[in-house]
Design a protein around this ligand. Structure first.
Ligand code: GLN
Length: 494
């Protein structure tokens, strides 16, 4: 038997390697995302609508490629190599954006270079994001009770990055110079890669390719499968580079993938599964169907809420006018504070047989995310003709974070829990696709807030509509939750 892995805080040391690598990756992602819409409108001088369209194409595509990246790692590359390759593409993408800043207001070649950077991040995230979570899982046996706590620790790493990234990148980008911000995001990802390379041996063989000989053997024109995948990634960068300027094409591609995946899951469930397993898949599909609505509201954060904070909010705190991008870190700070409290709350309720079912939590999530917008609308109305007090921005993000904790981790864990083993990857893929769809709809909503000559009233009108809509759907979900919960057959879930 292999000697026991060295531990730290009762967990394999590999967990902390993944923690810091993902922390730096999220530092770069959320840092860059915090200044992206500001950069598009203030540097490239796009109008709000086209800026939201580009932003939306990017944020949807970063959630589509992990489906493919997960598949390639499972079949050929292994998760470890996939994370390494992904980190490389991500770092290159951020640094490219920093290099192609160009003079303010100039598009042309600089804009092409900027799109190339975004495309590289899209492909890199495809290789990295799902697979680094897979590696966390591989450090533990299936029945190891430390598995769930390990994912909670890992989620802290994600949000540590999501907290520090917007502060560092935001302050540098908005006050020193855009390329300083994007450069900092790139340096962050390089730091993550260095952690991963130097301490990779702590993973003790997790995420090896399933068949190394197959991966390295030449198949066509002297190229191995491994090199064909890398070449495919470069082609993928080209395709994303082209797609990013055609938001409608991204939308259609997304919808087609989603419908096919959804139909395939229904067919598999009906044709291949016994009654209880089939019911559980239908319960999971119910959750997947609600997923786009949630992210469509939640993901206003980096786009329309970011610009609203920049233009309509009194951002002066203790005499310092805080750059709008810095507020993008508030969600992560609240997650770090609230995640342990929610975990405790669910366990507390569970012991008393009172824990709400997953669909019930989804209903709450939809109500609370809608409520967040209604609170902002009320807050803005309380100071007519003046800037909105900053407390309401904190209130939106607080409510949105509480909603996220009823939604995101619950959705992820139920995809694996409700699936049969042979369909887990497929269900995860569908969840990511639905998230991508949410990001896409989010950009349509953002575009509705910023048409030609639209003032702040338009933003608030849209926020009020989506707030009420989501809350109403949430109430409907609470009503049907008991029926969906019955489909989960938790008594026989083992
Ligand atoms: N904030 C989390 C992350 O970046 C979850 C994001 C999501 O699933 N949309 O990993």
């Amino acid at each position: 038997a292999a000697p026991a892995a060295k531990e730290f805080l009762g967990h394999p040391r590999g967990l902390f390697v993944l923690f810091f690598a993902e922390m730096w990756e999220r530092f770069s992602y959320y840092g860059m995302r915090a200044i992206l819409i500001l950069f598009l409108t203030k540097h490239f001088l796009f109008g709000d609508e086209p800026a939201y369209a580009i932003y939306g194409a990017y944020t949807s595509m970063v959630y589509i490629t992990p489906v493919l990246g997960g598949y390639l790692a499972d079949r050929y590359l292994g998760a470890r190599q996939a994370v390494l390759v992904g980190g490389f593409f991500i770092a290159a993408g951020h640094l490219m954006i920093a290099l192609f800043e160009g003079p303010a207001g100039q598009q042309g070649l600089y804009l092409d270079g900027f799109y190339l950077g975004l495309a590289s991040i899209i492909i890199g995230t495809g290789f990295l994001k799902a697979n680094i979570s897979v590696l966390v899982g591989q450090l533990y046996r299936r029945d190891d009770p430390r598995r769930d706590p390990a994912f909670s620790i890992f989620y802290m790493g994600i949000n540590l990055g999501g907290w520090l990234g917007p502060i560092a990148v935001g302050i540098l980008g908005e006050t020193v110079g855009w390329s300083w911000g994007f450069g900092a995001a790139g340096v962050g990802m390089v730091a993550g890669l260095i952690v991963f390379i130097i301490f990779g041996h702590e993973l003790r063989g997790a995420g090896e390719p399933p068949n190394r000989a197959l991966l390295k053997a030449p198949v066509a024109a002297g190229l191995s499968r491994e090199w064909i995948i890398y070449l495919g990634a470069v082609v993928g960068v080209g395709i994303s580079w082209w797609l990013i300027r055609f938001q409608n094409a991204v939308g259609w591609a997304l919808m087609t993938c989603f419908v096919i995946t959804y139909a395939f899951i229904v067919w598999k469930a009906v044709a291949k599964l016994a009654r209880e397993d089939r019911d559980r898949i239908f319960a999971a599909l119910f959750l997947i169907t609600l997923c786009p609505l949630f992210w469509a509201l939640f993901e206003q954060a980096g786009s329309s809420l970011n610009l609203y904070t920049d233009r309509q909010v009194d951002r002066t705190i203790l005499g310092w006018e805080v750059p709008a991008s810095v507020f993008q870190s508030v969600n992560s700070i609240f997650i770090i504070i609230l995640a342990p409290i929610f975990a405790w709350l669910w366990t507390f309720l569970n012991k008393r047989g009172l824990e709400p079912s997953a669909p019930f939590k989804f209903g709450i999530g939809l109500i609370v995310v809608g409520l967040g917008f209604l609170v902002l609308v009320a807050g803005a109305a309380s100071t007519p003709g003046e800037l909105t007090p900053v407390i309401f921005i904190f209130a939106v993000y607080l409510l949105h974070t509480m909603a996220e904790l009823c939604f995101s981790p619950v959705g992820l864990s139920n995809m694996t829990r409700l699936s049969v083993a042979s369909m887990t990857g497929l269900m995860m893929g569908a969840w990511f696709l639905a998230t991508a769809g949410g990001n896409f709809i989010a950009s349509l909503i953002a575009q509705a807030t910023g048409g030609e000559g639209a003032g702040p009233e338009r933003v608030l009108e849209v926020y009020s509509t989506i707030g009420w809509f989501s809350a109403a759907v949430g109430v409907g979900v609470l009503a049907v939750a008991p029926f969906v919960a019955r489909l989960m057959h938790l008594d026989t879930l083992g």
